[in-house]
Write a protein that binds this ligand. Structure first.
Ligand code: TYC
Length: 113
């Protein structure tokens, strides 16, 4: 019986330049920038109102809120919390709207932490 011709051997792979190195992608785990939300002192807003704001919008108990209010009253400015940008913007808007609604000049602002 006639021998079947062998199929040609595959070429040895010498062309390594065309190889694609596939490395597992590093997960994108960078942290978002954080912003400090602060209250500013003024001469007119009642202390009780500031304490209420700190309790309602920054989830502080009465003791902590009183401490922070007194810090702002004596030092001129005080941090109420640190948040991502969207949350910080929302706190600032809510506090300033609430203060205006009650006709107090209390100012809340944010800056990059
Ligand atoms: N200085 C105000 C007063 O004497 C009290 C006050 C505290 C106002 C903190 C604003 O962010 C503030 N009535």
């Amino acid at each position: 019986m006639a021998k079947k011709p062998k199929p040609p051997e595959p070429e040895p792979d010498r062309n390594h330049e065309r190889d694609v190195a596939v490395l597992p992608a590093k997960p994108d785990v960078t942290r978002p920038p954080l912003y400090q939300v602060a209250l500013l002192n003024d001469d007119f807003t009642p202390m009780d109102f500031v304490v209420e704001v700190l309790q309602v919008f920054f989830a502080m108990n009465r003791e902590k809120a009183t401490q922070v209010m007194l810090h702002v009253h004596t030092r001129g400015k005080g941090v109420c919390g640190v948040y991502t940008r969207d949350v910080a913007e929302s706190k600032v808007t809510q506090v300033n709207d609430f203060s205006r609604l009650h006709q107090h000049p209390l100012l809340c602002s944010m800056e990059k932490a």
